[in-house]
Design a protein around this ligand. Structure first.
Ligand code: NAD
Ligand code: 3PG
Length: 534
């Protein structure tokens, strides 16, 4: 179904899973955006989409990403991103975002509802009465008050659940290896080792992501360590509780009952488990409330627009998250760092092993990870065919054996802000410094030991030569013969008669034959044509 089309648009956005249409209004109302709704395999031309919006149903894998070369962002309207191949997205330079808290309360409330329904046999009693039976004895339940709720994973949902459990006078025990004792104390829960939680909890509920560590966390071995008569809940991700092991533990009576909203395979087909009378189950609907769906849709719709407009994504999974406020502060340095990287890459033609980018002055007080990545993206882009951006720069550098680091220093040599990059490669070290001047924009101010004042735009010839009389004249004549007009010229030297550099801003792209003729001049040691992308 096409929500809005046939308009002059700059971007096409594909909404691949069912989403709240009110929540999508920011996208639908945006005149520069065409919103198309449909499964990727039902859409004619995937190559034109700049953004892809999904929930948990659509698999965003490498082959789908390959069919979408224009894609800038995959937005998950929800929390779990296990249906998205994050590595493949990162390699393709595609930002992945989610809406991490829009459905927290709905999922918490659903988990709590499942827990109450489970211990009081509500679904079973309901079915029985609907079958016109009046069986009061069969459905005796258990009180929650005084019972120990074992929460595995005390993140957003786990924490909200703990708050609600307290209101029900439950004791809450938690296993979460990333949770500090102080935070556990503040929330009012008892932080335990996994073994201890398994041995003491009357009800165990999992609220972790599905990772290598959490897959089968409640498998045969750990289920055997739980208290006889324990209740198990999984409203997080299928696979955290092993379904075969759970079935066995329910068959034996060791586990009294289970409540499941998520399954190893979805749509769920494990009816051996689902059909058991001690199992209550819902079809992955914990986040399916009007409020949650509107909230996650609005969150991703607004962030997609931001990203398409060139702003960073605060909820990016594969980029350091930066707020809009920080973005405004560091925006000028994006251009500076990427331009510096692009410049250096053309100066240092050899293989490079390590790049260190250091920041001083005002910028040193900010989060600069995105800026060092922007330097790397600028550095890599003249060297490789595929598009490089701040998302994939780290991965691409690693693939090419280039390590990089960043530092914040206090020495800004009187500049309001200063970026220095130190490049170590096969041809030795290369150092470049740059600054951003509010009234003028980016400037390159030092190349190795030479002070310069270079406006990084247009076409440039970078010459290393002996500081001798007549070199400039020879070079001027040579460029004249090639019809290359010099717009600006800067020279720098350490000492009279020593090594010197010359920077010539010229009016057109410099051909190889110009460079060859320049390097044939006796006093010229090296010459490079440099192009700035802006
Ligand atoms: N059923 C649904 O519709 C639904 C809706 C929303 C979220 N979810 C799922 O619920 C889960 C939790 O969501 P959240 O928003 O609370 O996430 P969160 O990131 O806020 O919390 C996850 C917690 O798990 C902990 N954790 C990570 N690895 C762990 C491990 N090995 N052992 C123990 N703890 C570990 C983390 O420290 C963190 O505190 C996710 O899997 C999410 O996909 C499901
Ligand atoms: O991770 C989530 O946000 C939940 O599992 C919800 O998934 P859904 O958007 O497919 O309902």
């Amino acid at each position: 179904m096409i929500v809005k089309a046939d308009v002059e648009t700059s971007y096409a956005v594909l909404v691949a899973d069912t989403m709240n249409e009110d929540g999508l209004l920011p996208l639908i109302k945006n005149e520069n955006i065409e919103v198309v709704q449909g499964k990727p395999n039902e859409v004619d031309d995937l190559s034109r989409f700049s953004a892809l919006l999904v929930r948990s149903a659509t698999q965003v894998d490498a082959s789908l990403l390959e069919q979408m070369p224009e894609l800038k962002i995959v937005a998950r309207a929800g929390v779990g991103i296990d249906n998205i191949d994050l590595d493949a997205a990162t390699k393709h330079g595609v930002i992945v975002i989610n809406a991490p808290d829009g459905n927290t309360i709905s999922t918490t409330e659903h988990t709590f509802a499942m827990m109450m329904a489970l211990v009081r046999n509500i679904p079973q009693a309901y079915s029985s009465l609907k079958n016109h039976e009046w069986n009061r004895k069969a459905f005796q339940g258990t009180e929650l008050r005084g019972k120990t709720l074992g929460i595995i994973g005390l993140g957003r949902i786990g924490t909200e659940l703990a708050n609600r459990a307290a209101a029900f006078q439950m004791n809450t025990a938690v296993f979460d290896p990333f949770l500090t004792a102080e935070r556990a104390q503040k929330i009012g829960v008892k932080l335990l080792k996994l073994e201890e939680l398994l041995q003491t909890a009357d009800i165990i509920t999992v609220h972790t992501p599905l990772t290598k560590e959490t897959e089968d966390l409640l498998g045969k071995e750990n289920l055997a360590k739980t208290k006889p008569g324990v209740f198990i809940l999984n409203c997080a991700r299928g696979g955290i509780v092993n379904e075969a092991a759970l079935k066995e533990a329910l068959d034996s009576g060791h586990v009294a009952g289970a409540a499941l909203d998520v399954f190893e395979h979805e749509p769920a087909d494990n009816y051996n488990l689902i059909d058991m009378p001690q199992v209550i189950a819902t079809p992955h609907i914990a986040a399916s409330t009007l409020e949650a769906q509107e909230s996650v849709a609005v969150q991703v719709a607004e962030e997609v627009i931001q990203v398409l407009n060139g702003a960073p994504a605060p909820h990016s999974i594969n980029l350091p998250a930066i707020s809009e406020e920080l973005y405004e502060k560091i925006r000028p340095y994006y251009e500076l760092t990427s331009t510096m990287g692009y410049f250096v890459s053309q100066c240092v033609k050899s293989a490079v092993q390590h790049i260190d980018v250091s920041f001083s002055g005002a910028i040193a007080h900010e989060e600069t990870t995105v800026l060092s990545r922007s330097f790397m993206a600028g550095f890599l882009s003249p060297r490789i065919a595929a598009p490089v951006n701040v998302v994939n720069a780290g991965v691409i550098a690693e693939e090419r054996g280039i390590t990089y680091s960043q530092a914040h220093t206090s020495e800004s040599y009187g500049y309001a802000n200063l970026v220095e990059a130190h490049i170590s490669g096969d041809n030795g070290d290369f150092i470049v410094q740059g600054t951003y001047i509010d009234a003028y924009g980016p400037r390159i101010i030092k190349i190795n030991e030479f002070n310069v004042d270079l406006i990084p735009t247009g076409h440039l010839i970078y010459i290393r030569h002996s500081d001798q009389p007549g070199v400039i004249g020879k070079m001027g004549q040579l460029l004249g013969r090639h019809d290359v007009n010099i717009a600006k010229m800067q020279v720098g030297r350490k000492e009279e008669g020593g090594e010197a550099i010359m920077m010539l801003a010229v009016d057109k792209e410099v051909s190889d034959s110009v460079i060859n003729d320049l390097t044939a001049v006796e006093e010229i040691h090296a010459a490079d044509a440099i192009e700035f992308h802006k």
